[in-house]
Design a protein around this ligand. Structure first.
Ligand code: ADP
Length: 240
């Protein structure tokens, strides 16, 4: 579960990137976060991945407040979240297989378990036949599918996809979204950050729109309260 409770983020230069955000994303949900450039979407991702912390309010992810983690605890926390980026971020000197296997090896896994899981992740994304290729021999869509396989390889509870279709052709965008949907059906929460409204309309999932650091609408209409002290269900923030 992801809970933003009255979360505000003000950067050192005084920019208020997030302004009293209240969102609850339950386990197993599929959510689009939309909004124009500068709306605050990346800031939300950075808070979720514990690269930054809220200035005010509370963020709870899978029962943990990332801001309270010690430096030593952060890698384990991050393993609960698989992230997919617009620019794929594959390692160019490693094969497709090794890009995915590497994510397991860095957390100390080895041997047959790596082989079994990488093989099955490659099957899931339809790229078993490309296992020995290097990323620069793949299309954008294929590279993104490798990135997806890598993101799920350590069984995270949440996948965050940051503009996953930004460098992918329209047909392959649909395939990437279908894959995210399949991953979601396997019980992983999926948060897709995008400004591609056509995708949001095609997939008919919950949409949370961010404008000027605020939630301008949430199709689930469930601005969150973590507990019952002040029930806020049904209340959606607006910019006016
Ligand atoms: P989005 O991802 O929706 O484009 P961001 O979260 O990147 O939006 O940015 C939200 C606002 O915060 C923008 O006004 C941006 O210029 C500002 N911002 C983002 N990162 C920083 C930073 N590190 N320092 C100062 N301002 C920042």
């Amino acid at each position: 579960m992801i809970l933003f409770k009255n979360v505000t983020k003000v950067y050192k230069n005084g920019t208020k990137a997030l302004d009293n955000i209240n969102i609850r994303i339950n386990d197993g949900e599929f959510v689009f976060i939309t909004g124009h450039s500068g709306a605050g979407k990346s800031t939300m991702i950075h808070l979720l991945t514990c690269e930054d912390t809220p200035t005010e309010g509370k963020l709870v992810v899978n029962g943990v407040e990332p801001k309270k983690l010690s430096r030593r605890q952060i890698p384990k926390y991050r393993r609960g979240i698989g992230v997919v980026f617009q620019d794929f971020r594959l390692i160019p000197t490693m094969t497709v297989y090794d890009n995915i296997a590497f994510a397991m090896r860095v957390v100390g896994k080895g041997g047959r378990e790596v082989k079994r899981r990488v093989t099955s992740a490659l099957e899931l994304v339809g790229l078993s036949h490309k296992a020995k290729e290097y990323p620069n021999h793949l299309s954008g869509g294929e590279q993104q599918r490798v990135a997806l396989a890598r993101a799920i390889i350590n069984s995270p509870q949440i996948i965050i996809a940051d503009e996953p279709t930004g460098n992918v052709d329209p047909q392959m965008s649909i395939e990437i979204m279908k894959l995210l949907n399949t991953i979601n059906k396997n019980g992983i929460s999926v948060v897709v950050v995008t400004h591609e409204q056509a995708l949001v309309e095609a997939f008919k999932k919950r949409e949370i729109r961010i404008e000027g650091g605020k939630v301008s609408f949430d199709t689930a209409d469930n601005a969150a309260s973590e507990d019952s002290e002040q029930p806020q269900r049904g209340r959606v923030q607006s910019n006016d």
